[in-house]
Design a protein around this ligand. Structure first.
Ligand SMILES: [Ca+2]
Length: 260
């Protein structure tokens, strides 16, 4: 990987957005629970922090309603990718390029004014003919933390999980970490899926000051995940209706892909 990191910034398109919707929990099997008191599979994390951890590890969370940002202040529309985000006040979204991952790798970064909060999103990307393991992206995540937050040395690992499975007929890995360094908490999530002899990967990295992490997780990180790829509370988007979700499909606009 190259060591330079370039962000191409395009001014956020700010459009007032004054509607919001809520999906009630329609699954009677999932009792609604007070998330703020909920324990998680990461023993040091309760509440929304723990719910976020469980959510990226594919645990169904008993939210009473789809997580949404409070007081939507602006709408961001990516100029090249099909990404639209509703943002609360105090945040902007920036178009980003990640040459360390690949020459065409693009994504979005949501940040606040003093960079004490940052959400990095590398949308589902397909690498044909390659089998890429999730571990390969961990150095890049460390690199982002070095670049943006001055991480030096090894951060303290609060929780980490590597899930390798073949439950859907193709190999998949979920690689998650929660790290502590300085006054910051960072949660990373890498999902790799091997289909059609290539790898689809998606990455999210969420960073906030430790004193704000719980609130920011509730008001920003979780709502952004729901905006990016969830349909209501329990299912992931599948644009072409082929049964492969947006997160794993090499081409979610063509129901003939993947072939397997
Ligand atoms: Ca699909």
């Amino acid at each position: 990987m190259k060591t330079n990191h370039t962000l191409f910034i395009v001014l956020t398109l700010c459009v007032l957005f004054n509607s919001c919707s809520s999906d009630n929990n329609s699954d009677p099997q999932i009792p609604i629970q007070d998330i703020s008191e909920r324990e998680s599979s990461c023993s040091d994390f309760i509440g929304y922090s723990g719910a976020y951890w469980d959510f990226v590890n594919d645990v169904v969370i008993p939210f009473a309603a789809v997580p949404e940002v409070p007081n939507i202040a602006s709408e961001f529309v990516h100029s090249q990718l099909p990404i639209t985000l509703n943002l609360p006040s105090g945040y902007v979204a920036l178009e980003a390029e990640y040459p360390e991952i690949g020459p065409d790798s693009k994504g979005v970064e949501v940040v606040n004014s003093n960079n004490s909060v940052r959400f990095t999103w590398v949308p589902p990307s397909y690498a044909p003919g390659q089998y890429i393991v999730s571990e390969d992206f961990i150095p890049w995540i460390r690199f982002l933390l070095e670049q943006n937050y001055g991480l030096s040395g090894d951060p303290t690992e609060i929780c980490s999980e590597l899930t390798q499975r073949d439950a859907f007929g193709y190999p998949q890995e979920i690689n998650t970490e929660v790290l502590s360094f300085g006054n910051f908490i960072a949660q990373s999530w890498v999902l790799t899926s091997y289909l059609d002899e290539g790898t689809t990967f998606v990455i999210a990295l969420s960073v906030a000051h430790e004193t704000d992490y719980e609130d920011v997780t509730e008001s920003l990180f979780l709502p952004l995940h729901y905006q990016l790829y969830m349909n209501g509370l329990g299912s992931q988007r599948d644009q072409d209706g082929d049964g492969f979700s947006f997160l794993v499909d090499p081409n979610d606009s063509d129901s003939n892909v993947p072939a397997n």
